[in-house]
Design a protein around this ligand. Structure first.
Ligand code: MTE
Ligand code: MO
Length: 322
């Protein structure tokens, strides 16, 4: 992946029509959001010609976006990514989330980082987006429900944030929490899940360079339905590990009680690495439906990221540690 530092980019490098149009939309969004530094950073990022060259014929509507995985899989269309969502705080209907989340207010926003760290700190969004250059990361997202997408995230490695707070040697896990506010997240008035939504990673998983905090997608600020203003993305694990709209991060010595894993431990393990040979009790995980495509694809071990992450689990029985 070609990554340029935002400051290396001159405005004269903005040539592409799509980028120009995106930039206009983005500026409108940024003005509405009323932020300063964070949006400036995202704005500059939009000027970076860091999209990867198509390796397959981009004759499909999704391929036309210009975003591809390194293996040449075209990004799923923006409309699918932003209108087919799991975000139970707003609705359990994937098609309704975007509508219900439309007016979700994410300004101001802070993320509190505490627990077993030398330097606990409450970051505001601008602080966070300044920690590291924002990068395009085109990742597969494989939901445990056996559908998948390819999403061009804009984000930075979670490790950059963890470096700031300096984990103590006793820290073994990282716990993440979504906002708890039934006024703003209306489905939290119901009890479909215990709130707030909680997720967790082992510290080495959290420090892995593929693990990112995303603040955008398709070069724009993250839409509310995708977890604005900041969400986790762990591409080799089932989608529910990638917790949205994070307000709190705690480093601990104990495995966190993650929401889905506590709710139905036989169905959703703490690890939840994508694994085609370990079935969900009620369906096979061997294949998946790629949104926007016909037919089904084989599901890949670790969602295709095995070369990078398999070593994290060497010596572990992945059938019992599902
Ligand atoms: N807080 C929170 N995070 C969440 C969820 C949720 O309901 N609440 N759903 C998860 C599930 S099941 C999936 S598949 C992904 C979907 O992300 P997307 O809508 O951006 O594609 O978000 C995950 N993160
Ligand atoms: Mo999911």
């Amino acid at each position: 992946m070609l990554i340029k530092k935002p400051d290396d980019i001159r405005s004269g490098e903005i040539t592409d029509e799509n980028l120009y149009l995106n930039r206009r939309n983005f500026i409108r969004a940024a003005v509405l959001a009323g932020t300063t530094t964070a949006t400036t950073l995202l704005y500059r990022k939009l000027a970076t010609p860091s999209r990867e060259k198509p390796k397959v014929d981009p004759a499909t509507s999704s391929g036309a976006s210009g975003y591809f995985t390194p293996e040449g899989e075209a990004a799923t269309g923006f409309d699918d990514i932003t209108n087919y969502n799991n975000f139970y705080e707003f609705s359990t209907s994937k098609e309704a989330v975007a509508i219900k989340a439309k007016n979700f207010v994410t300004q101001p926003w802070t993320v509190d980082v505490s627990g077993l760290v030398h330097r606990p700190k409450t970051f505001d969004l601008d602080d966070l987006l300044k920690l590291a250059p924002l990068e395009d990361r085109v990742y597969r997202l494989r939901c445990v429900e056996a559908w998948s997408m390819v999403i061009p995230w804009l984000g930075f490695p979670l490790g950059k944030l963890l470096e700031q707070v300096q984990p103590l040697s006793g820290a073994k896990f990282v716990k993440f929490m979504t906002l708890l506010d039934p006024q703003r997240m209306p489905n939290q008035r119901g009890d479909v899940l215990p709130w707030p939504y909680v997720e967790g990673l082992r510290l080495d998983e959290a420090m892995h360079p593929l693990t990112i905090l995303a603040g955008g997608l398709y070069g724009k600020m993250l839409p509310p339905q995708n977890g604005a203003p900041l969400r986790l993305v762990v591409p080799w694990k089932y989608g529910f590990k990638s917790i949205k709209s994070i307000v709190q991060i705690v480093l601990t010595d104990k495995q966190p009680n993650a929401t889905w894993s506590a709710y139905a431990p036989d169905e959703y393990g703490f690890y939840s690495n994508v694994n085609p040979s370990v079935s969900h009790p009620r369906w096979s995980q061997a294949t998946e439906r790629r949104i926007g495509e016909w037919g089904r694809r084989d599901t890949l071990m670790f969602n295709g990221y095995g070369d990078q992450v398999a070593h994290l689990y060497s010596g572990m029985d992945l059938k019992s540690n599902y």
